[in-house]
Each structure stands twice: as structure tokens, then as C-alpha cells.
Write a protein that binds this ligand. Structure first.
Ligand code: 5GP
Ligand code: ZN
Length: 145
């Protein structure tokens, strides 16, 4: 779990303050629903964050329209990153909740240029529980949709 998590209320979190121009940012793009700006941590050169303009903590708190708007901006920014930095790979990452790796509780997506041996790691422990379990999980999700 991350050491620091910003769980400030709407209007007071880092990204709300950044959107309100109360703290500085290297802005890349903005429209009525989204903002794209350079991540202060620059995991690799060209690392951008795309955030909702409205404060919403996680993916389940944004509207379908906001989710679509963030992906549309991420797509546009990814093409700009490709043109400007020409990385051999690119990863989108969107974390929810401290256990999910989220440190700023205002919905955002990372656009991260990737390079061989760039030090980024996400372990992915496969389980392969079998077809019956997969059918059970799918049924639970169909019922919840
Ligand atoms: P998360 O861990 O929540 O997915 O990502 C939060 C990101 O916000 C981190 O990568 C961190 O570097 C970035 N960040 C935190 N504070 C600031 C800030 O004040 N300005 C900018 N531009 N990025 C920030
Ligand atoms: Zn906020």
C-alpha cells in the first residue's frame, strides 16, 4: 500500500487545487470535462496524468460521460506522447483505492511512455481456477450489470 494517500474532500484535493490554478502545473490539454498535465514524478520522460475536472474519487464515482471523456483525452495525449517522445511502448494505468495503488483520491489515468528496463513493475499472479469458476464469476457480474 502507498505511504501517502490524499483523501481530501472535493475542492481541497491536490488535483482540484491544480484544476482551480491554486497550485502550479505543467498543463498539456484541457476541455470542459478533463485536464491533462505532467505527473510531478515523471516515472519516464513524458509521463502525463489525465484527470476529471470535477472531483470524483474513483472509477465508480465518475459518470459514464466522464469516463469516456478521460479515455478520449488519454487517447489524444497518447498520440502526442508517441509523436513527441517516440517511446517503444506505452502503458495506461488507472488506480482505485489505496489497495489498488491510488495515492490521490481524485479520478485520473496515467499515460506512461515505456522503455526496456524502465523499472516499472506490476506482478500478475495468475490463478487459472477453471471453467466452472469463470462461469460463476460471469453470472455474478451479469446479475450486477
Ligand atoms: P496514483 O498513485 O494516485 O495513481 O497517482 C498519483 C500521481 O500524482 C503520482 O504519480 C504523483 O507523482 C502525482 N502527483 C502527486 N502530487 C502531484 C502534484 O502536486 N502535481 C502533479 N503534477 N502531480 C502530482
Ligand atoms: Zn479533487
Amino acid at each position: 500500500m502507498p505511504m501517502f494517500v490524499d483523501t481530501s474532500p472535493p475542492g481541497e484535493c491536490i488535483f482540484c487545487r491544480l484544476a482551480a490554478r491554486e497550485i502550479p502545473a505543467a498543463l498539456v490539454f484541457e476541455d470542459d470535462q478533463t485536464l491533462a498535465f505532467m505527473d510531478i514524478g515523471q516515472v519516464t520522460p513524458g509521463h502525463v496524468l489525465v484527470a476529471t475536472r470535477r472531483h470524483a474519487a474513483t472509477l465508480t464515482d465518475v459518470t459514464p460521460e466522464e469516463a469516456a471523456a478521460v479515455m478520449q483525452t488519454a487517447h489524444r495525449v497518447a498520440r502526442a506522447v508517441q509523436a513527441a517522445f517516440d517511446p517503444p511502448g506505452l502503458t495506461l494505468l488507472q488506480a482505485n483505492g489505496a489497495v489498488g495503488g491510488q495515492t490521490v483520491g481524485h479520478f485520473h489515468m496515467h499515460v506512461v511512455p515505456r522503455h526496456a528496463d524502465d523499472g516499472i513493475a506490476l506482478t500478475w499472479p495468475r490463478k487459472e481456477p477453471g471453467a466452472a469458476v469463470l462461469q460463476d464469476y460471469a453470472a455474478r457480474l451479469r446479475a450486477a450489470l
